[in-house]
Design a protein around this ligand. Structure first.
Ligand code: ZN
Length: 319
């Protein structure tokens, strides 16, 4: 369970009390040792949550993390990230980015499209800033250019997932059969974000989207932190929901929770890491996943098969 009851509360604009979040102060580095290669005999590995940005964006992101999040251990450029993971035995990468303001998504999407063409081991996604002009056209052009889904981040983009601005995004994804990965769990919340994720993000708000768009496949990162139980239950109810494990296996965030993946719907759990924006070893979560001693079929699904299915990654793409 989460430790949210132990978090300090502060008043929101609406007068309600909201926890200050897991990132109320920057978290420390972890000097754990790292492996040179993924452990032997693992099935096909897709890291379905890897961040890519142009160099100057990465510098700004890392500066933010240094100040408000955690120290970044792997300050790598996009080509270096690809080389790092694939040379260590990760078989496929799903590349994510997000636009923190209107007017930049087209350039960022063009960057991602070029990146995805640079290596067959990468599936890259598009982004858009909810509510910006021509949002649907931005996504249609991105899909045309070969991008394979959409990533949104509520804490950075400050959108309400039930607002009318979101419909054109949901509709564009549905019409083009592209999946949507959106960080709409309310943690890890930082007071440095421009909006309060505890106001914008709630499991029942996502449930409304799942109901309204039954043909839209949605993945929520971090197992929906910190409404873990509500998300676990929604998996049982909605075939169009997936969750990724990013950072929840690492035992790093200050919460009293460790996922019991085997008690969840294992055909809907996707492995991801948040590489390179990590304070700990790149393979920490792979090793902890192995320690769970899941049945082979469950491990195979979580480590790779589910992501291949969610993103429609074909054998030709991964060959
Ligand atoms: Zn992330």
């Amino acid at each position: 369970m989460s430790s949210r009851s132990a978090l300090p509360l502060k008043k929101t604009a609406s007068g309600q009390e909201s926890p200050s979040g897991l990132l109320k102060a920057p978290l420390p580095p972890v000097n754990d040792s790292e492996g040179q290669y993924v452990p032997a005999s693992l099935p096909f590995i897709v890291d379905a949550h890897v961040h890519f940005f142009p160099d100057h964006f990465f510098s700004a992101v890392w500066q933010w993390f240094d100040q408000f999040g955690w120290p970044i251990r792997y300050r790598l450029t996009s080509p270096e990230i690809i080389d790092f993971l694939l040379s260590r035995g990760v078989n496929h990468i799903v590349a994510l980015h997000y636009a923190h303001k209107p007017g930049i998504a087209r350039d960022l999407n063009a960057y991602m499209a070029k990146l995805s063409r640079s290596h067959p081991g990468i599936t890259a996604l598009a982004t858009v800033f909810p509510g910006e002009n021509n949002a649907a056209a931005i996504l249609e052009d991105a899909f045309q250019s070969g991008l394979n889904g959409v990533k949104l981040h509520c804490h950075v983009q400050c959108f309400d997932m039930n607002s009318e601005h979101m419909d054109e995004i949901y509709q564009a994804c549905t019409a083009h059969k592209k999946p949507l990965i959106m960080h709409v769990g309310r943690e890890p919340k930082s007071p440095a974000y421009p909006c309060d994720p505890y106001v914008l993000c709630r499991a029942d708000k996502l449930e409304r989207v799942l109901r309204d768009y039954p043909n839209l496949n949605i993945c929520v990162p971090h197992l929906g932190a910190d409404e873990f139980d509500a998300y676990r239950r929604m998996l049982l109810k909605y075939d169009n929901l997936w969750l990724d494990t990013t950072m929840t296996l690492a035992d790093y965030l200050p919460m009293d929770f460790f996922p019991e993946l085997i008690k969840m719907r294992v055909d809907r759990i996707i492995f991801g890491t948040d590489f390179p924006n990590l304070p700990y070893a790149w393979d920490r979560e792979i090793r902890r996943l192995i320690e769970l001693k899941l049945p082979d079929t469950a491990l195979e699904k979580i480590l790779g098969k589910n992501a291949l299915e969610f993103y429609s990654i074909t054998c030709e793409t991964v060959a």
